[in-house]
Design a protein around this ligand. Sequence first.
Ligand code: 5GP
Length: 203
Amino acid sequence: MSKGFLLVVSGPSGCGKGTICKELLRRNKDLIFSVSATTRKPRIGEVDGKNYFFIDKEKFDSMVARGEFLEYANVHNNSYGTPKKFVIDNIGKGEIVLLEIDVQGALQIKSVYPEAVFIFILPPSMEELKNRIIKRGTETKKDIDIRLKNALKELKFVDEYDYFVINDKVSDAVENIEAIITAERLKVKRHKNLLKKINIQEG
Ligand code: 5GP
């Protein structure tokens, strides 16, 4: 059996990582999305248990206290965390688990799970990033300012990642991530008893 691994996708607000991940999951049924918990209020159309587990701060803090998160962070004044058990169980089954999380979370994952694959989504330009955040229109003026400020901070962390993908056109970005997944799947270290598996006898 090939070993499962974590695919961590980050990028500043407005870079389009949500759209990219959605399309990636639509095209690759064998990828599993890790649904995060958050204290943020749901946006219109978001579904509890699908987009996020929407929980209150008290529940979030009790999950932190019980060690139920693989990583967690405060992002744009809300708490977000990756439920540990779901990820560990699926990696154990040999699955590829997709995490769409911020840079603070990615760095935590890197320290406990360095064999994860880290991809950073970049906007085509800073101008375009601003337009996208404003155009989305789901945030208040104050939230937009916070997200823009955080975007500038987040971009500086690109050096911590294994790969970058520029989101000029969603389908191109998705294809690039698929190429990364294919290459990672073919890494010898991700396979136990490789020769036996492909039916080649040693000696
Ligand atoms: P949004 O509120 O726009 O859905 O997400 C805001 C930010 O939180 C995004 O950068 C997203 O990647 C990040 N995020 C979502 N889930 C998690 C999580 O479980 N952990 C961390 N650290 N960040 C998360």
